[in-house]
Design a protein around this ligand. Sequence first.
Ligand code: NAP
Length: 250
Amino acid sequence: MLIVRAMKTVIVTGASKGIGKSIASQLDKNGFKVILVARNTNQLTELADKLSNSPEVFTCDLSDTSSIKTIMPLLEKHKNNLCGLVNNAGIFIKNSFENTTTEDWDKQYRVNLLAPAMLSKLVTPYLKESTQAHKFIINISSTAAIRPVPDTSAYGSLKSALDHLTKVMALELAPYGICVNAISPGIVDTPIHSFENLDKESLDFVKSLHPLNQIGKPTDIASMATFLTNDSNNWVTGSNFTIDGGLSLK
Ligand SMILES: NC(=O)c1ccc[n+]([C@@H]2O[C@H](COP(=O)([O-])OP(=O)(O)OC[C@H]3O[C@@H](n4cnc5c(N)ncnc54)[C@H](OP(=O)(O)O)[C@@H]3O)[C@@H](O)[C@H]2O)c1
């Protein structure tokens, strides 16, 4: 008798570029079917074309809670195989505390905190019912949550709140075997920073902030996310993994 094993399915937000693209690519390589979420359909489709395990594209503006809810038919479709969610999408508006506007707070709140909370809320009933060996939610936070940096008052505060949310969710979902963890990257070379516009001296300065004297690569963060999705790591929950080249030691 031929037994066909359905592919484990994972949702990755912010998969169109940067860290999320790298996480989606590594998870695909590790045999997951990935649901790629972001606003830019072209970038998502371009990535989907390169992946192997029949990924699906879900175009969504995560700052809009009614748009987030339109993921429900996809959740229904994949309910038997859904094993996890990676809340990676995020925006960073750099500004002094005094100049940060209500709009800056609101935009970052919607994408960086409310969207992970709301999407996790929608996914949770499916994960509770899921018979997958390892069920997980991973929130991509930031070292800015634990290490205060000027000009990041809103971003850092909201990432701190995401860290707290991670721990409360870990407690509430532990009885259902769902592991909830955070990853806190240091400074990683992605489009969020536009490092390509920096001169050598400025780039060297950014590197020197890290004891390992290197800016992170998206794959550095994706490797930790991949570790957390591994079936053998189903006793890890409520933890926050700092992947930062030593940045937060300084
Ligand atoms: N890079 C770093 O140094 C660093 C450090 C610490 C933490 N982080 C965190 O790591 C995560 C990924 O950042 P990154 O550096 O990879 O940034 P990035 O290259 O700018 O990518 C951000 C991703 O989020 C998506 N996104 C942004 N707003 C969205 C919205 N309203 N709806 C749906 N998707 C949205 C973007 O897709 P679309 O534009 O297509 O929507 C993109 O895929 C973020 O949570 C960030 O806070 C990054």
